[in-house]
Design a binder for this molecule. Structure first.
Ligand code: SAH
Length: 346
């Protein structure tokens, strides 16, 4: 029998588990504290629990742990990329970014990804499995332990499509937001999606104040179909409609991510078309110079092209920023995370 992972449990599930073992409810608070503040790896470390209870926990549950296998630190900006091994020896990556306002972690949500975006390294070998809420939390907890500092914001922008692992990701958000744990404010959490519309509709009903980022990367179906297979299922008009509904319902401004790829989506016409499509949307556009993924033949647009593109959008009233590039010297930038260092290790 596979034992359930205690770190992945919501507060209610934990309370229920404790009750089922015939223990008083305050035990669940103690266990929550061990799992989410003290980040213990085993039940034996939970020293304020009776030996008997620790044995019961060992019999019925597990704590899924992840381990740092390698850490690379950027000489340019202090960004750090962590390679973790999971219990089944699969590998994932997470990135620590140091900003003036605090430490942010870019969290992976799946081992690999099945969305197939043609410019992204995470999707090259498809998806292997979803990460549990506990594994995603451990990415953050392990990095916090390693640096001895608090992590104060989260971007769900590592490997994987968060909305393709919906339930675990929602659990992760609620647990990391919980004041009895790390207590990261919902406004400091960004979920990035390639645009899975039915899940966006579920998300808007969750009553969360997180920021939704939508990877758009094109101003129309023609270009989007070419670089993002998901767009053949959810067309541009439907995506725009879903985004409008999302911001109407949540009153939250949506971030549109747009990777600038030379000769593919970076013309002035594209900028004009995008501005028309985003008119009347509560939003902000973030332009990302695409990062080269050697396996694919995409190159970043020139700096001047990106500035022009931003200028056109801004002049038409669409607030636009250009993303600062962090961690490019350690392959930790957008779209460079992959399932492991397999190639380089061989
Ligand atoms: N699956 C989610 C989140 C993970 S990707 C999504 O698609 O949004 C996080 C962001 O990095 C997305 O906007 C993605 O399109 C972008 N990205 C992927 N490959 C990239 C690359 N080579 N250069 C720049 N951004 C890239």
């Amino acid at each position: 029998m596979r034992k359930p992972d205690l770190r992945s449990m919501s507060e209610e599930e934990l309370i229920f588990a404790v009750k089922e073992m015939g223990e008083p409810q305050f035990r669940s608070k103690q266990i929550f504290d061990w799992l989410h503040n003290k980040n213990v790896k085993s039940f034996d470390e939970m020293t304020n629990l009776s030996k008997k209870l620790r044995e019961k926990l060992n019999e019925n549950y597990k704590i899924s742990n992840i381990e740092i296998v390698e850490k690379r630190v950027s000489q340019k900006d202090g960004t750090a990329k962590y390679l973790f091994s999971l219990e089944d020896d699969r590998l994932i990556e997470a990135v620590l970014m140091k900003y003036s306002y605090g430490n942010a972690v870019c969290v992976s949500t799946q081992v690999g990804c099945r969305m197939g975006c043609s410019f992204c390294a995470s999707t090259i070998d498809g998806v292997e499995r979803n990460l549990s809420a506990g594994e995603m939390l451990s990415e953050v907890y392990e990095i916090q332990n390693d640096i001895g500092e608090r992590v104060s914001s989260i971007v769900l922008m590592g490997s994987g499509e968060p909305l393709d692992n919906y339930e675990n990701v929602i659990k992760f958000i609620r647990l990391i937001n919980d004041e009895k744990g790390l207590g990261i404010g919902q406004r400091h959490i960004t979920l990035s999606t390639c645009g899975i519309i039915d899940k966006m509709q579920m998300l808007m009903e969750e009553n969360l104040q997180i920021t939704l980022a939508v990877s758009l990367h094109a101003p129309n179906d023609e270009i989007r179909n070419e670089i993002m297979p998901v767009s053949r299922k959810y067309d541009f008009d439907s995506l725009m409609l879903a985004c409008k509904e999302y911001s109407d319902k949540t009153k939250r401004r949506i971030t549109f991510e747009y990777a600038m790829i030379k000769g593919v989506n970076d013309s002035s016409e594209c900028a004009g078309q995008l501005a028309r499509r985003l008119r009347n949307m509560l939003c902000h556009v973030n332009l990302i110079p695409v990062n080269d993924v050697e396996e694919r033949n995409f190159y970043k647009s020139s700096e001047q092209t990106i500035l022009n593109f931003a200028e056109i959008l801004n002049s038409k009233g669409i607030e636009t920023t250009i993303r600062r590039k962090l961690g490019s010297d350690i392959n930790a930038a957008c779209g460079q995370l992959r399932k492991g260092y397999r190639a380089s290790r061989r």
